[in-house]
Design a protein around this ligand. Structure first.
Ligand SMILES: Cc1cc2nc3c(=O)[nH]c(=O)nc-3n(C[C@H](O)[C@H](O)[C@H](O)COP(=O)(O)OP(=O)(O)OC[C@H]3O[C@@H](n4cnc5c(N)ncnc54)[C@H](O)[C@@H]3O)c2cc1C
Length: 508
């Protein structure tokens, strides 16, 4: 171990971000060298939402040694094959954004180009019919693909829905087993010192001082260290992402849980529906400039499928990101580092991404500016890429039924997104840049789904013989359906996966 190695890491906050960081550090850092302390306040509590995820979470579980079935049982989790979007392109329309690819590419030509070519000759069903996850979701089926599964099953992409509180509890047990020390208490002061202005300690209401060399700020929206102490600054993206409030309410499940999230556009925002084993999570995300709190609550309660199990909880936020995710010796993760609203369930992924980059650029007590700058540059890229993909959903609408949608439809968008849309509109081209999170199939699903159809397709798509293309496309489509029909239902699969760990409850 180097003389400069960090010995004491203090994680401030015990929500999803704090416990994910703790779980990762216990698994990925040498515990003999690092003392890890997590401080959380029962009095303050956690944000209590954040129930839908995207597929890279599988890799996080694997990385920190979490068994997927145990995790599912402990968090009342379900599987997620994508998101059904209702009323986004226009009222009454719906489409599915599935995980995983559409069809199969041919000699470097993306499948959606072949689809575009074929759709000029005959009417084709939605491109989602060429997605393993899309068809399985439609039929309410699920199976975890084995590594040697026959085609097209390996194309099934999946993530999870879970109860955020139970997930944090599960990660806490995992982390404490790995040696993380949890301290319950409210931080009332933060001490900085020296020329560097680094944080040296946090002080609890009891008077106890907790010293450290590296601080991970997972304190939620307020950013106790990164903002309240270090005054890092926040980039506000509210002009592109006007939703700034949410109201959330759980309801009783009316039947077996669907293997997908539903997002329904409303007059001034959208409503989520996230099926878990023991309840349905619901919430309305809205713009306070277009809807007040009372109207929002009324709208949410009027559009629930089941009986509410609690009073609605109200939350405020500003879409944007902390100007520096890492400032001095403080790395912010989770809501303290920014929030881009939950439309594509990306926040937990941004935590995961921040942890992975921090491990890759882990500092020592000299705190090299090069490492910090690189981390900040990479996090800025990840945040901006996600931001642009979310803006696309609002911009690519034909809705004219409210001031909110008129604003979104006509607003200016970031240059990079505008250029991307222009390329798509001419010949359906989408390029994934660098480490961009959302791959071509995701863009294609949303663009087609919201009615932005390119004028033409790229010339290379003409390489395949026409009759052969028609035949291949029909057979491919049948193969997805055939495979999905042979899968167990989602409920059956969960029951089987959780049997050894706990009893799943499909409340009716
Ligand atoms: C409406 C909404 C819906 C969302 N939906 C999704 C989703 O579907 N998918 C997704 O990926 N993400 C979603 N998110 C984001 C997700 O909720 C968060 O990314 C995730 O919960 C992480 O939160 P956190 O740990 O950063 O903060 P929090 O959960 O707020 O935790 C903060 C922690 O800091 C502690 N703390 C704060 N101040 C002090 C103090 N003074 N002393 C001691 N401790 C302190 C608190 O006690 C708590 O333990 C959603 C967010 C919102 C607002």
């Amino acid at each position: 171990m180097s003389d400069h190695a960090i010995r004491r890491i203090v994680i401030v906050g015990g929500g999803t971000a704090g416990w994910m960081a703790a779980a990762a550090f216990t698994s990925l850092l040498d515990r003999r060298d690092h003392d890890i302390v997590l401080v959380e306040s029962d009095e303050i509590g956690t944000v209590g939402v954040g129930e839908a995820t995207i597929p890279p979470l599988q890799a996080f579980n694997h990385m920190v040694g979490i068994d997927e079935d145990q995790f599912l049982a402990a968090s009342q989790g379900t599987f997620k094959l994508g998101i059904e979007f209702v009323g986004w392109g226009a009222e009454g329309e719906r489409y599915f954004h599935p995980f995983g690819p559409h069809g199969q590419d041919y000699r470097g030509v993306h499948f959606h180009q072949l689809y575009l070519r074929e759709s000029r000759l005959r009417e084709l069903p939605d491109i989602g019919q060429w997605s393993m996850s899309g068809v399985a979701a439609e039929l309410g089926r699920f199976v975890r693909p084995a590594p040697d599964a026959p085609m097209p099953l390996p194309q099934l992409g999946y993530a999870f829905h879970f109860d955020a509180g139970l997930y944090a509890k599960f990660l806490r047990a995992h982390s404490e087993r790995g040696g993380v020390r949890r301290i319950e208490g409210k931080i009332v002061d933060v001490r900085t010192g020296g020329e560097s202005g680094h944080v040296e300690a946090v002080q609890l209401a009891s008077g106890e001082m907790i010293e450290g060399e590296l601080f991970i700020d997972c304190s939620g929206f307020r950013g106790l260290l990164i903002e309240e102490k270090l005054g890092t600054g926040y980039e506000d993206w509210g002009h592109w992402l006007p939703c700034d409030r949410a109201a959330a309410v759980p309801t009783r499940l009316g039947g077996p849980p669907d293997p997908f999230t539903r997002s329904t556009a409303r007059s001034a925002g959208w409503q989520w529906r996230i099926p878990l084993q023991h309840r349905m999570g619901n919430g309305l995300v809205y713009s306070s400039a277009h809807l007040d709190r009372g109207q929002a609550e009324e709208l949410l309660l009027a559009n629930l499928e089941g009986e509410p199990l609690a009073e609605p909880r109200h939350l405020s936020f500003t879409a944007g990101r902390r100007r520096l995710a890492w400032n001095a010796n403080v790395v912010s993760l989770g809501l303290s580092s920014g929030f881009i609203e939950p439309l594509e369930s990306t926040s937990i992924h941004l935590i995961q991404s921040g942890i992975a980059k921090l491990i890759a650029l882990f500092p020592d007590r000299r705190f090299s500016a090069a490492e910090r700058d690189e981390y900040n540059r990479q996090m800025q890229d990840v945040f901006e890429d996600v931001r642009d993909f979310i803006i696309l959903h609002y911009k690519a609408t034909r809705r004219q039924d409210s001031d909110f949608w008129n604003y979104c439809r006509t607003m200016d968008i970031p240059d990079k997104l505008a250029a991307k849309l222009e390329l798509w509109r001419s010949k359906g081209r989408i390029f994934r840049e660098g480490a961009e999170l959302f791959a071509t199939p995701s863009w294609v699903a949303v663009l087609f789904g919201q009615g932005i159809v390119p004028e033409d397709y790229e010339p290379a798509a003409d390489a395949m013989d026409g009759a052969q293309l028609s035949d291949v496309m029909d057979r491919m489509r049948l193969s997805y359906r055939d495979m999905a029909e042979r899968m167990p239902t989602h409920a059956e699969f969960i029951a089987r996966a959780c049997r050894a760990n706990a009893d799943p409850v499909f409340a009716s």
